[in-house]
Write a protein that binds this ligand. Sequence first.
Ligand code: SAM
Ligand code: DTB
Ligand code: SF4
Length: 343
Amino acid sequence: MQDTSTATPTNPVIINTDALTQGKGQSCHTAYDVNRWSVDEIVALFELPFSDLIHRAQTVHREHFDPNAVQVSTLLSIKTGGCSEDCGYCPQAARYHTDVENEPLMKLDDVLAAAQAAKDNGASRFCMGAAWRGPKQRDLEPVLKMISEVKAMGLETCATLGMLKEGQAEQLKDAGLDYYNHNLDTAPEFYGDVITTRTYQDRLDTLDRVRSVDINVCCGGIIGMGESRNQRAGLLAQLANMERPPESVPINLLTQVEGTPLHGTDELDPLEFVRTIAAARITMSQSFVRLSAGRQSMHEGIQALCFIAGANSIFYGEKLLTTGNPEAEADRKLFAKLGIHSI
Ligand code: SAM
Ligand code: DTB
Ligand code: SF4
C-alpha cells in the first residue's frame, strides 16, 4: 500500500516545495505558478479511501468554483471520417472498419444552423471537430469563416482539428477562436500502445503553438483504454505540470466502437473513473474538468458522483462527434434533480 501522506494539500499559487526540495519538481515563477505533482503523489490520491478523496476534491472545488454550476458545450463534427491516423480508439480512422461514413467538410450555413440550435438549447460554447491529422491551408480557410460567424452569434468557439503547423494558431486566433482542443490522451509510456502515426511530442508542440497565441487550451485524455492506475496518474501529471495547466480538461471514458482496435477492452470500474475526475480536480484546481465522452452508458448516480468529485463541464446534445450522448431532455432532468444550473 502506498504511503498516502505524500499527497500534498493544494493551493494553486503555491509551488509544491516538498517536490522541489526532493528534486522532483521544476520551478515556475510566472504569474501561473502551480503545484508540481509527481506521479507518485497523484497515485497516492487515487489510493485514498473513496470518501476522503471525494471530500478533498469537493473542498478544492468549492474554493474555486460554484459547486452547482456546470459549463455546457455542444459538439459538432464538421468533417467526419476518413482520417489518415491510427488512434486505436477512434471510429473515424480510415483504416478501421466501422459504421462511420466519410463526409466532406460541412457547409457554412449548416454549421451555423447547428450552432444556433446549440445556443437555443443553452450551450455557451460550440466545439467544431474535424477528422484530420491536421488542417491543410485550403481546409483551414472555410473553418476560419465558421469560427468568426459562430463567434458573432455570441457563442464561445472551440475547434479540434488535429496538429497545427507554424502560423495556423495565429490564423485561428485572428478568426476569434476561444479554445483549441487537443488531447494528450494518455501517459507518455502508454501512448505508443494506442497511436503510432504521431508522437507525444507532436501533441505538445501543437499545444505550445496554441498557448503562444493566447488561445485557451482544452486538453485531456481517455480513461479505460487498458492503462494502469499509474498511467492514469501519469496523464494527470503531464496536464497538471504544464507551465500553465489547460483551462479545460476533458476526461473521456473510452466509448468502445466495433471495428476499432480497442473494442473489447476490459470495462473500467466506474468508481475508478470517478477517482480520476477527483484527482484531476485536486491537481488542476482552477481548470474546468469536463465529464466528457462516455456519459451515455454511465448511470446517473455515477455522473452525480463525478459532479461531486469536481467535474464542472459536459457536452450537451444527443451526439458527440460520431457516437451518442444522453438526450438533452435527460440531461435537463438530471440537472434539475441535482440542483445544477448551466453556465
Ligand atoms: N482529429 C483531431 C485530433 O485527433 O486531434 C480532432 C478530433 S478527435 C476525435 C478528438 C478527441 O476525441 C481525441 O483526441 C480523443 O481524446 C477523443 N476520442 C475520440 N474517439 C474517442 C472514443 N471512442 N472514446 C473516447 N474519446 C474519444
Ligand atoms: C474530447 O476530449 N472529447 C470530444 C472532443 N474532445 C472533441 C470527442 C469525443 C469523441 C467520442 C467519439 C465520437 O463521438 O466519435
Ligand atoms: Fe483522426 Fe483524430 Fe480520430 Fe485520431 S482521433 S483517428 S486524428 S479523427
